[in-house]
Design a protein around this ligand. Sequence first.
Ligand code: NAP
Length: 522
Amino acid sequence: MITGKNYIGNSLSAKGDIKFRTIDPVENVENESLFVEATDAEINEATALASKAFQEYSSISDAKKADFLEAIVDEIEALGDDLLQIYTKESGLPSGRATGERARTMGQLKAFATMLREGSWVEAIINKVGDTVDIRRMLIPIGPVVVFGASNFPLAFSTAGGDTASALAAGCPVIVKSHPLHAGTGEMVASAIIKAAQKTGMPDGVFSNLNSSGIAVGVKLVEHPAIKAVGFTGSIKGGTALCEIAAKREIPIPVYAEMSSINPVVVLPSVLQKANKEWTQKYAAAITMGTGQFCTNPGLILGIASKEFDDFATNLASELNAIQPSCMLHPNIKAAYESHKKEVLAQEGYNQLTNLDTKVKENFALQNLILVSGELFLKNKAFHNEVFGPFSVVVKCESQEQLDTIIATIEGQLTGTILNADVTELESFKTTIDTLKNKVGRLIFNSVPTGVEVCSAMTHGGPYPSTSDSKFTSVGITAVKRWVRPVSFQGWPNEMLPDALKNENPLSITRTLNDVITKDSI
Ligand code: NAP
Protein backbone atom coordinates (compact mmCIF):
# COMPACT_ATOMS: atom_id res chain seq x y z
CA MET A 1 0.00 0.00 0.00
CA ILE A 2 2.85 2.44 0.80
CA THR A 3 4.48 3.93 -2.32
CA GLY A 4 6.49 6.72 -0.73
CA LYS A 5 5.06 9.11 -3.33
CA ASN A 6 3.11 12.36 -3.07
CA TYR A 7 -0.64 12.41 -3.75
CA ILE A 8 -1.20 15.34 -6.07
CA GLY A 9 -4.95 15.39 -6.51
CA ASN A 10 -5.91 12.04 -7.97
CA SER A 11 -2.38 11.09 -9.10
CA LEU A 12 0.71 9.76 -7.40
CA SER A 13 4.00 11.46 -8.13
CA ALA A 14 7.63 11.15 -7.02
CA LYS A 15 9.84 13.52 -8.96
CA GLY A 16 12.12 14.63 -6.15
CA ASP A 17 15.64 13.68 -5.15
CA ILE A 18 15.24 14.16 -1.40
CA LYS A 19 14.34 10.85 0.20
CA PHE A 20 13.72 9.85 3.79
CA ARG A 21 12.42 7.07 6.00
CA THR A 22 10.30 7.11 9.15
CA ILE A 23 11.55 5.64 12.42
CA ASP A 24 10.17 2.96 14.71
CA PRO A 25 11.01 4.66 18.02
CA VAL A 26 10.41 1.55 20.16
CA GLU A 27 12.99 -0.49 18.26
CA ASN A 28 14.98 2.63 17.34
CA VAL A 29 15.32 1.51 13.71
CA GLU A 30 14.27 3.00 10.38
CA ASN A 31 11.07 1.67 8.82
CA GLU A 32 11.30 0.15 5.38
CA SER A 33 9.41 2.53 3.06
CA LEU A 34 11.33 5.30 1.38
CA PHE A 35 9.46 8.60 0.99
CA VAL A 36 10.14 11.29 -1.58
CA GLU A 37 9.92 14.97 -0.61
CA ALA A 38 7.66 17.05 -2.86
CA THR A 39 9.47 19.19 -5.44
CA ASP A 40 8.66 22.81 -6.31
CA ALA A 41 6.93 21.57 -9.48
CA GLU A 42 4.75 19.22 -7.44
CA ILE A 43 3.91 21.99 -4.96
CA ASN A 44 2.86 24.20 -7.89
CA GLU A 45 0.83 21.37 -9.40
CA ALA A 46 -1.01 20.66 -6.13
CA THR A 47 -1.79 24.34 -5.53
CA ALA A 48 -2.95 24.88 -9.14
CA LEU A 49 -5.24 21.85 -8.88
CA ALA A 50 -6.58 23.04 -5.53
CA SER A 51 -7.38 26.49 -6.98
CA LYS A 52 -9.19 24.91 -9.91
CA ALA A 53 -11.03 22.48 -7.64
CA PHE A 54 -12.13 25.40 -5.43
CA GLN A 55 -14.20 26.85 -8.29
CA GLU A 56 -16.41 23.75 -8.24
CA TYR A 57 -16.01 22.50 -4.69
CA SER A 58 -16.85 25.86 -3.05
CA SER A 59 -20.38 25.72 -4.39
CA ILE A 60 -21.03 22.00 -4.21
CA SER A 61 -24.09 21.20 -2.05
CA ASP A 62 -23.68 20.46 1.65
CA ALA A 63 -25.29 17.06 1.08
CA LYS A 64 -22.60 16.11 -1.46
CA LYS A 65 -19.80 17.28 0.84
CA ALA A 66 -21.37 15.18 3.61
CA ASP A 67 -21.36 12.16 1.27
CA PHE A 68 -17.66 12.80 0.62
CA LEU A 69 -16.78 12.99 4.34
CA GLU A 70 -18.76 9.82 5.07
CA ALA A 71 -17.04 8.05 2.18
CA ILE A 72 -13.66 9.01 3.73
CA VAL A 73 -14.81 7.29 6.94
CA ASP A 74 -15.65 4.12 4.99
CA GLU A 75 -12.33 4.15 3.16
CA ILE A 76 -10.35 4.68 6.37
CA GLU A 77 -12.22 1.76 7.91
CA ALA A 78 -11.43 -0.35 4.85
CA LEU A 79 -7.69 0.18 5.47
CA GLY A 80 -8.21 -2.13 8.45
CA ASP A 81 -5.34 -3.29 10.60
CA ASP A 82 -2.69 -2.22 8.08
CA LEU A 83 -3.33 1.36 9.11
CA LEU A 84 -3.07 0.54 12.82
CA GLN A 85 0.16 -1.34 12.26
CA ILE A 86 1.90 1.44 10.41
CA TYR A 87 0.60 3.94 12.98
CA THR A 88 2.24 2.03 15.86
CA LYS A 89 5.44 1.41 13.86
CA GLU A 90 5.85 5.11 13.09
CA SER A 91 4.78 6.60 16.43
CA GLY A 92 5.67 4.08 19.14
CA LEU A 93 2.16 4.63 20.49
CA PRO A 94 0.33 1.50 21.67
CA SER A 95 -2.27 -0.27 19.53
CA GLY A 96 -5.12 0.71 21.89
CA ARG A 97 -4.29 4.36 21.25
CA ALA A 98 -4.18 3.67 17.49
CA THR A 99 -7.68 2.18 17.56
CA GLY A 100 -9.00 4.99 19.73
CA GLU A 101 -7.48 7.69 17.57
CA ARG A 102 -8.82 6.11 14.40
CA ALA A 103 -12.30 6.05 15.96
CA ARG A 104 -11.94 9.70 16.92
CA THR A 105 -10.82 10.61 13.40
CA MET A 106 -13.81 8.86 11.87
CA GLY A 107 -16.11 10.38 14.51
CA GLN A 108 -14.88 13.88 13.62
CA LEU A 109 -15.57 13.31 9.92
CA LYS A 110 -19.05 12.02 10.73
CA ALA A 111 -19.74 15.01 13.00
CA PHE A 112 -18.93 17.42 10.16
CA ALA A 113 -21.12 15.40 7.79
CA THR A 114 -24.00 15.73 10.29
CA MET A 115 -23.32 19.45 10.59
CA LEU A 116 -23.52 19.82 6.81
CA ARG A 117 -26.78 17.88 6.55
CA GLU A 118 -28.34 20.03 9.28
CA GLY A 119 -27.28 23.24 7.52
CA SER A 120 -27.33 26.05 10.11
CA TRP A 121 -23.50 26.25 10.20
CA VAL A 122 -23.55 28.90 7.43
CA GLU A 123 -25.30 31.29 9.86
CA ALA A 124 -27.78 32.60 7.32
CA ILE A 125 -29.26 35.93 8.39
CA ILE A 126 -31.93 37.76 6.43
CA ASN A 127 -32.66 41.43 7.12
CA LYS A 128 -35.83 42.72 5.48
CA VAL A 129 -37.78 45.91 6.03
CA GLY A 130 -40.74 46.33 3.71
CA ASP A 131 -39.63 46.66 0.08
CA THR A 132 -36.65 48.87 0.80
CA VAL A 133 -34.16 46.66 2.68
CA ASP A 134 -33.27 43.09 1.74
CA ILE A 135 -29.79 42.10 2.89
CA ARG A 136 -28.80 38.48 3.48
CA ARG A 137 -25.59 37.21 5.01
CA MET A 138 -23.97 33.80 5.16
CA LEU A 139 -20.57 32.17 5.55
CA ILE A 140 -18.70 31.00 2.46
CA PRO A 141 -15.41 29.05 2.08
CA ILE A 142 -12.17 31.03 2.04
CA GLY A 143 -10.17 29.03 -0.55
CA PRO A 144 -7.49 26.29 -0.62
CA VAL A 145 -6.12 25.48 2.83
CA VAL A 146 -2.78 23.98 3.89
CA VAL A 147 -2.90 21.60 6.85
CA PHE A 148 0.30 20.64 8.71
CA GLY A 149 0.09 17.12 10.10
CA ALA A 150 0.85 17.07 13.84
CA SER A 151 3.47 14.71 15.21
CA ASN A 152 1.53 13.80 18.34
CA PHE A 153 -1.73 12.80 16.61
CA PRO A 154 -0.85 10.84 13.45
CA LEU A 155 -4.56 10.39 12.69
CA ALA A 156 -6.84 12.80 14.57
CA PHE A 157 -4.73 15.96 13.96
CA SER A 158 -3.13 14.93 10.69
CA THR A 159 -4.07 13.85 7.15
CA ALA A 160 -7.81 13.33 7.71
CA GLY A 161 -7.85 14.97 11.14
CA GLY A 162 -9.96 17.81 12.47
CA ASP A 163 -8.30 20.54 10.37
CA THR A 164 -8.80 18.63 7.12
CA ALA A 165 -12.34 17.50 8.01
CA SER A 166 -13.43 21.03 8.95
CA ALA A 167 -11.84 22.64 5.89
CA LEU A 168 -13.39 20.10 3.51
CA ALA A 169 -16.74 20.63 5.25
CA ALA A 170 -16.41 24.39 4.72
CA GLY A 171 -15.89 23.87 0.98
CA CYS A 172 -12.11 24.42 0.92
CA PRO A 173 -9.74 22.07 -0.97
CA VAL A 174 -6.96 20.85 1.32
CA ILE A 175 -3.25 20.27 0.79
CA VAL A 176 -1.74 18.33 3.67
CA LYS A 177 1.93 18.88 4.45
CA SER A 178 2.44 15.40 5.83
CA HIS A 179 4.41 15.14 9.07
CA PRO A 180 7.74 13.43 8.28
CA LEU A 181 7.57 11.32 11.44
CA HIS A 182 4.50 9.43 10.18
CA ALA A 183 4.63 9.79 6.41
CA GLY A 184 3.45 6.19 5.91
CA THR A 185 0.35 6.62 8.07
CA GLY A 186 -0.27 9.88 6.19
CA GLU A 187 0.03 8.22 2.81
CA MET A 188 -2.41 5.43 3.69
CA VAL A 189 -4.99 7.91 4.93
CA ALA A 190 -4.40 10.10 1.85
CA SER A 191 -5.15 7.08 -0.36
CA ALA A 192 -8.48 6.68 1.50
CA ILE A 193 -9.37 10.35 0.96
CA ILE A 194 -8.54 10.17 -2.75
CA LYS A 195 -10.65 7.02 -3.19
CA ALA A 196 -13.55 8.69 -1.40
CA ALA A 197 -13.19 11.80 -3.58
CA GLN A 198 -13.28 9.70 -6.74
CA LYS A 199 -16.24 7.61 -5.58
CA THR A 200 -18.31 10.68 -4.68
CA GLY A 201 -17.38 12.66 -7.82
CA MET A 202 -15.32 15.40 -6.16
CA PRO A 203 -13.11 17.55 -8.39
CA ASP A 204 -9.50 16.47 -8.96
CA GLY A 205 -7.31 18.48 -6.56
CA VAL A 206 -9.86 18.71 -3.75
CA PHE A 207 -7.17 16.96 -1.71
CA SER A 208 -3.40 16.47 -2.04
CA ASN A 209 -0.81 15.03 0.34
CA LEU A 210 2.78 16.25 0.06
CA ASN A 211 5.75 14.66 1.80
CA SER A 212 8.58 16.60 3.38
CA SER A 213 11.70 15.75 5.29
CA GLY A 214 12.30 19.29 6.56
CA ILE A 215 10.64 22.69 6.70
CA ALA A 216 11.08 23.77 3.05
CA VAL A 217 7.86 22.28 1.62
CA GLY A 218 5.72 23.80 4.38
CA VAL A 219 7.32 27.23 3.94
CA LYS A 220 6.72 27.20 0.16
CA LEU A 221 3.10 26.18 0.64
CA VAL A 222 2.42 28.95 3.15
CA GLU A 223 4.10 31.47 0.81
CA HIS A 224 2.11 30.26 -2.21
CA PRO A 225 -0.43 32.84 -3.45
CA ALA A 226 -3.04 30.13 -4.13
CA ILE A 227 -3.21 29.22 -0.42
CA LYS A 228 -5.75 31.18 1.63
CA ALA A 229 -5.35 29.79 5.18
CA VAL A 230 -3.21 27.41 7.23
CA GLY A 231 -3.89 24.94 10.04
CA PHE A 232 -0.99 23.92 12.29
CA THR A 233 -0.36 22.06 15.56
CA GLY A 234 3.17 21.87 16.90
CA SER A 235 5.90 23.90 18.55
CA ILE A 236 5.81 27.60 19.31
CA LYS A 237 8.90 27.99 17.13
CA GLY A 238 7.24 26.35 14.11
CA GLY A 239 3.87 28.06 14.62
CA THR A 240 5.41 31.51 15.07
CA ALA A 241 7.62 31.05 11.98
CA LEU A 242 4.59 30.16 9.87
CA CYS A 243 2.56 33.11 11.22
CA GLU A 244 5.43 35.44 10.27
CA ILE A 245 5.72 33.99 6.77
CA ALA A 246 1.96 34.32 6.25
CA ALA A 247 1.93 37.90 7.53
CA LYS A 248 4.77 38.93 5.15
CA ARG A 249 3.03 37.66 2.00
CA GLU A 250 1.86 40.22 -0.53
CA ILE A 251 -1.64 39.16 0.48
CA PRO A 252 -1.37 37.99 4.12
CA ILE A 253 -3.39 34.95 5.19
CA PRO A 254 -4.47 33.59 8.58
CA VAL A 255 -2.47 30.81 10.25
CA TYR A 256 -4.48 28.95 12.88
CA ALA A 257 -1.62 27.61 14.96
CA GLU A 258 -2.05 25.60 18.12
CA MET A 259 1.24 25.78 19.98
CA SER A 260 2.37 25.72 23.58
CA SER A 261 0.31 25.23 26.75
CA ILE A 262 1.18 24.09 30.28
CA ASN A 263 -2.47 23.80 31.37
CA PRO A 264 -2.51 25.07 34.98
CA VAL A 265 -4.36 23.09 37.62
CA VAL A 266 -5.39 24.82 40.85
CA VAL A 267 -5.76 22.48 43.81
CA LEU A 268 -8.03 24.18 46.33
CA PRO A 269 -7.58 23.44 50.06
CA SER A 270 -10.77 21.33 50.36
CA VAL A 271 -9.34 18.73 47.96
CA LEU A 272 -6.29 18.26 50.11
CA GLN A 273 -8.49 17.36 53.09
CA LYS A 274 -10.98 15.15 51.32
CA ALA A 275 -9.75 13.66 48.06
CA ASN A 276 -5.98 13.82 48.08
CA LYS A 277 -5.29 10.24 46.94
CA GLU A 278 -8.02 10.18 44.29
CA TRP A 279 -6.54 13.20 42.53
CA THR A 280 -2.88 12.24 42.85
CA GLN A 281 -3.67 8.95 41.09
CA LYS A 282 -5.65 10.67 38.35
CA TYR A 283 -2.98 13.31 37.82
CA ALA A 284 -0.10 10.83 37.69
CA ALA A 285 -2.02 9.06 34.91
CA ALA A 286 -2.75 12.36 33.12
CA ILE A 287 0.89 13.55 33.27
CA THR A 288 2.18 10.29 31.77
CA MET A 289 -0.67 9.60 29.32
CA GLY A 290 0.73 9.35 25.78
CA THR A 291 4.18 9.89 27.38
CA GLY A 292 3.03 13.41 28.16
CA GLN A 293 2.84 14.27 24.47
CA PHE A 294 -0.52 16.01 24.63
CA CYS A 295 -1.14 19.71 24.19
CA THR A 296 -3.43 19.47 27.24
CA ASN A 297 -0.83 17.81 29.46
CA PRO A 298 -1.03 19.22 33.03
CA GLY A 299 2.38 20.87 33.29
CA LEU A 300 1.66 23.27 36.16
CA ILE A 301 0.00 22.39 39.48
CA LEU A 302 -0.71 25.25 41.85
CA GLY A 303 -1.77 25.24 45.49
CA ILE A 304 -1.44 27.22 48.71
CA ALA A 305 1.28 26.18 51.17
CA SER A 306 0.18 23.71 53.83
CA LYS A 307 1.30 20.37 55.15
CA GLU A 308 -1.52 18.78 53.10
CA PHE A 309 -0.28 20.43 49.90
CA ASP A 310 3.22 19.09 50.60
CA ASP A 311 1.65 15.63 51.05
CA PHE A 312 -0.23 16.05 47.78
CA ALA A 313 3.01 16.80 45.93
CA THR A 314 4.85 13.90 47.59
CA ASN A 315 2.00 11.47 46.87
CA LEU A 316 1.86 12.60 43.25
CA ALA A 317 5.60 11.97 42.94
CA SER A 318 5.21 8.46 44.44
CA GLU A 319 2.40 7.68 41.99
CA LEU A 320 4.59 8.90 39.13
CA ASN A 321 7.56 6.84 40.32
CA ALA A 322 5.37 3.72 40.16
CA ILE A 323 4.52 4.23 36.46
CA GLN A 324 6.65 2.49 33.82
CA PRO A 325 8.34 5.01 31.50
CA SER A 326 6.98 4.83 27.94
CA CYS A 327 8.29 5.56 24.46
CA MET A 328 8.27 9.02 22.88
CA LEU A 329 7.24 9.63 19.27
CA HIS A 330 10.69 10.01 17.80
CA PRO A 331 14.36 10.42 18.81
CA ASN A 332 14.09 14.15 17.97
CA ILE A 333 11.09 14.63 20.26
CA LYS A 334 12.92 12.72 22.99
CA ALA A 335 15.96 14.94 22.44
CA ALA A 336 13.74 18.04 22.66
CA TYR A 337 12.22 16.68 25.91
CA GLU A 338 15.65 16.14 27.42
CA SER A 339 17.02 19.52 26.38
CA HIS A 340 13.93 21.50 27.50
CA LYS A 341 13.92 19.58 30.79
CA LYS A 342 17.64 20.26 31.22
CA GLU A 343 17.06 23.99 30.83
CA VAL A 344 14.54 23.93 33.68
CA LEU A 345 16.59 21.61 35.86
CA ALA A 346 19.62 23.88 35.43
CA GLN A 347 17.79 26.56 37.45
CA GLU A 348 18.35 26.93 41.17
CA GLY A 349 16.05 26.65 44.13
CA TYR A 350 13.59 23.90 43.18
CA ASN A 351 13.02 20.51 44.86
CA GLN A 352 13.27 17.37 42.77
CA LEU A 353 10.31 15.17 43.77
CA THR A 354 10.51 12.13 41.47
CA ASN A 355 13.35 9.62 41.19
CA LEU A 356 15.95 10.42 38.59
CA ASP A 357 17.98 7.22 38.79
CA THR A 358 15.55 4.91 36.92
CA LYS A 359 17.17 3.57 33.74
CA VAL A 360 15.09 4.05 30.60
CA LYS A 361 15.39 2.56 27.11
CA GLU A 362 16.46 4.67 24.16
CA ASN A 363 13.60 7.03 23.14
CA PHE A 364 11.70 6.32 26.37
CA ALA A 365 11.02 9.22 28.76
CA LEU A 366 11.28 9.26 32.53
CA GLN A 367 8.49 11.25 34.17
CA ASN A 368 9.59 14.21 36.23
CA LEU A 369 7.95 16.33 38.94
CA ILE A 370 9.59 19.28 40.64
CA LEU A 371 8.42 21.69 43.33
CA VAL A 372 9.08 25.45 43.38
CA SER A 373 7.93 28.21 45.68
CA GLY A 374 5.49 30.81 44.36
CA GLU A 375 8.13 33.49 44.81
CA LEU A 376 10.69 31.61 42.71
CA PHE A 377 8.13 30.82 40.03
CA LEU A 378 7.28 34.52 39.74
CA LYS A 379 10.96 35.46 39.55
CA ASN A 380 12.17 32.85 37.10
CA LYS A 381 10.30 32.42 33.80
CA ALA A 382 12.26 29.25 32.97
CA PHE A 383 9.74 27.40 35.16
CA HIS A 384 6.87 28.64 32.94
CA ASN A 385 8.11 26.96 29.76
CA GLU A 386 6.38 23.98 28.17
CA VAL A 387 8.46 20.81 28.45
CA PHE A 388 6.69 18.60 25.94
CA GLY A 389 6.59 15.21 27.65
CA PRO A 390 5.78 13.78 31.10
CA PHE A 391 7.02 16.81 33.06
CA SER A 392 5.17 18.95 35.61
CA VAL A 393 6.00 21.75 38.00
CA VAL A 394 4.22 22.00 41.35
CA VAL A 395 4.08 25.56 42.69
CA LYS A 396 3.59 26.18 46.40
CA CYS A 397 2.08 29.64 46.78
CA GLU A 398 2.34 31.50 50.07
CA SER A 399 -1.19 32.96 49.83
CA GLN A 400 -4.27 33.19 47.66
CA GLU A 401 -3.08 36.62 46.57
CA GLN A 402 0.17 35.13 45.30
CA LEU A 403 -1.76 32.33 43.59
CA ASP A 404 -3.86 34.95 41.73
CA THR A 405 -0.72 36.92 40.81
CA ILE A 406 0.88 33.77 39.38
CA ILE A 407 -2.18 32.95 37.28
CA ALA A 408 -2.27 36.54 36.04
CA THR A 409 1.43 36.28 35.10
CA ILE A 410 1.42 33.06 33.09
CA GLU A 411 0.88 33.01 29.34
CA GLY A 412 -2.37 32.09 27.56
CA GLN A 413 -3.38 28.45 27.90
CA LEU A 414 -5.63 25.88 26.25
CA THR A 415 -7.06 24.79 29.59
CA GLY A 416 -7.24 25.72 33.24
CA THR A 417 -8.55 23.37 35.94
CA ILE A 418 -9.99 23.90 39.41
CA LEU A 419 -10.00 20.96 41.82
CA ASN A 420 -12.49 21.44 44.65
CA ALA A 421 -14.19 19.20 47.19
CA ASP A 422 -16.50 21.68 48.90
CA VAL A 423 -18.56 24.07 46.78
CA THR A 424 -18.91 26.61 49.59
CA GLU A 425 -15.16 27.20 49.19
CA LEU A 426 -15.60 28.39 45.59
CA GLU A 427 -17.05 31.77 46.56
CA SER A 428 -13.85 32.68 48.40
CA PHE A 429 -11.77 31.73 45.34
CA LYS A 430 -13.86 33.79 42.91
CA THR A 431 -10.94 36.06 41.96
CA THR A 432 -8.76 32.99 41.30
CA ILE A 433 -11.40 31.42 39.07
CA ASP A 434 -12.04 34.69 37.20
CA THR A 435 -8.32 35.27 36.66
CA LEU A 436 -7.94 31.72 35.34
CA LYS A 437 -10.94 32.12 33.02
CA ASN A 438 -9.26 35.08 31.34
CA LYS A 439 -6.17 32.99 30.57
CA VAL A 440 -7.72 29.89 29.05
CA GLY A 441 -9.95 28.49 26.32
CA ARG A 442 -11.49 25.76 28.48
CA LEU A 443 -12.18 26.05 32.21
CA ILE A 444 -12.42 22.61 33.82
CA PHE A 445 -13.95 21.71 37.16
CA ASN A 446 -12.87 18.57 39.00
CA SER A 447 -11.33 16.63 36.16
CA VAL A 448 -8.10 16.30 34.20
CA PRO A 449 -7.36 18.44 31.12
CA THR A 450 -6.19 15.51 28.97
CA GLY A 451 -8.97 13.99 26.89
CA VAL A 452 -10.68 16.47 24.58
CA GLU A 453 -14.31 15.65 23.75
CA VAL A 454 -15.17 16.21 20.11
CA CYS A 455 -18.46 18.06 20.43
CA SER A 456 -20.14 21.30 19.40
CA ALA A 457 -19.48 23.07 22.70
CA MET A 458 -15.74 22.26 22.82
CA THR A 459 -13.15 25.04 22.73
CA HIS A 460 -9.73 23.67 21.94
CA GLY A 461 -7.96 26.98 21.60
CA GLY A 462 -6.98 29.82 23.87
CA PRO A 463 -5.08 33.10 24.25
CA TYR A 464 -1.58 33.34 22.72
CA PRO A 465 0.69 31.39 22.75
CA SER A 466 -1.62 28.42 23.23
CA THR A 467 -3.02 29.41 19.84
CA SER A 468 -2.38 32.20 17.38
CA ASP A 469 -6.04 33.32 17.50
CA SER A 470 -8.11 32.75 20.62
CA LYS A 471 -11.38 33.34 18.77
CA PHE A 472 -11.28 29.86 17.24
CA THR A 473 -11.19 26.20 18.18
CA SER A 474 -9.46 23.36 16.34
CA VAL A 475 -11.71 20.66 17.86
CA GLY A 476 -15.48 20.38 17.51
CA ILE A 477 -17.71 21.46 14.67
CA THR A 478 -17.19 25.18 15.22
CA ALA A 479 -13.61 24.53 13.97
CA VAL A 480 -15.19 25.11 10.54
CA LYS A 481 -15.27 28.87 11.33
CA ARG A 482 -11.54 29.10 10.61
CA TRP A 483 -12.07 28.38 6.93
CA VAL A 484 -14.98 30.70 6.08
CA ARG A 485 -15.71 34.36 5.64
CA PRO A 486 -19.02 36.20 5.70
CA VAL A 487 -20.59 37.61 2.55
CA SER A 488 -23.77 39.70 2.24
CA PHE A 489 -26.12 39.65 -0.71
CA GLN A 490 -28.11 42.85 -1.18
CA GLY A 491 -31.37 43.11 -3.09
CA TRP A 492 -30.97 39.83 -5.01
CA PRO A 493 -33.97 37.98 -6.42
CA ASN A 494 -34.81 34.92 -4.32
CA GLU A 495 -34.14 32.41 -7.10
CA MET A 496 -30.59 33.75 -7.64
CA LEU A 497 -29.56 33.39 -4.00
CA PRO A 498 -27.68 30.41 -2.51
CA ASP A 499 -30.13 27.87 -1.05
CA ALA A 500 -29.18 28.85 2.50
CA LEU A 501 -30.40 32.41 1.90
CA LYS A 502 -33.58 31.67 0.00
CA ASN A 503 -36.89 32.64 1.64
CA GLU A 504 -37.74 28.96 1.96
CA ASN A 505 -34.76 28.09 4.20
CA PRO A 506 -36.29 27.42 7.62
CA LEU A 507 -32.87 27.72 9.30
CA SER A 508 -32.11 31.32 8.38
CA ILE A 509 -32.65 33.90 11.08
CA THR A 510 -34.94 36.61 9.76
CA ARG A 511 -34.64 40.00 11.36
CA THR A 512 -36.94 42.84 10.39
CA LEU A 513 -37.00 45.28 13.25
CA ASN A 514 -34.51 47.27 15.25
CA ASP A 515 -31.32 45.84 13.91
CA VAL A 516 -31.82 47.67 10.62
CA ILE A 517 -30.81 51.07 11.88
CA THR A 518 -30.05 53.40 9.05
CA LYS A 519 -29.23 53.09 5.40
CA ASP A 520 -26.45 55.61 5.10
CA SER A 521 -24.63 55.39 8.42
CA ILE A 522 -21.33 54.16 6.93
P1 NAP B 1 7.29 21.28 15.04
O1 NAP B 1 8.75 21.33 15.14
O2 NAP B 1 6.56 22.49 15.41
O3 NAP B 1 6.92 20.84 13.58
C1 NAP B 1 5.55 20.73 13.20
C2 NAP B 1 5.49 20.92 11.71
O4 NAP B 1 5.81 22.26 11.39
C3 NAP B 1 6.47 20.05 11.02
O5 NAP B 1 5.82 19.47 9.92
C4 NAP B 1 7.57 20.97 10.61
O6 NAP B 1 8.09 20.69 9.36
C5 NAP B 1 6.89 22.31 10.51
N1 NAP B 1 7.78 23.38 10.91
C6 NAP B 1 8.47 23.48 12.05
N2 NAP B 1 9.19 24.60 12.08
C7 NAP B 1 8.95 25.23 10.94
C8 NAP B 1 9.41 26.43 10.35
N3 NAP B 1 10.27 27.23 10.98
N4 NAP B 1 8.96 26.76 9.14
C9 NAP B 1 8.10 25.95 8.51
N5 NAP B 1 7.65 24.81 8.98
C10 NAP B 1 8.06 24.44 10.17
O7 NAP B 1 6.69 20.10 15.91
P2 NAP B 1 7.05 18.57 15.96
O8 NAP B 1 8.08 18.17 14.96
O9 NAP B 1 5.77 17.90 15.89
O10 NAP B 1 7.62 18.40 17.41
C11 NAP B 1 8.68 19.17 17.89
C12 NAP B 1 8.25 19.86 19.17
O11 NAP B 1 7.04 20.58 18.99
C13 NAP B 1 7.92 18.91 20.31
O12 NAP B 1 9.07 18.46 20.96
C14 NAP B 1 7.05 19.79 21.16
O13 NAP B 1 7.82 20.63 21.98
C15 NAP B 1 6.29 20.62 20.19
N6 NAP B 1 4.90 20.13 19.96
C16 NAP B 1 3.92 20.67 20.72
C17 NAP B 1 2.62 20.24 20.55
C18 NAP B 1 1.52 20.81 21.36
O14 NAP B 1 0.40 20.39 21.18
N7 NAP B 1 1.76 21.78 22.22
C19 NAP B 1 2.32 19.26 19.61
C20 NAP B 1 3.35 18.73 18.84
C21 NAP B 1 4.64 19.19 19.03
P3 NAP B 1 9.10 19.50 9.14
O15 NAP B 1 8.68 18.41 10.05
O16 NAP B 1 8.90 19.16 7.72
O17 NAP B 1 10.41 19.99 9.52
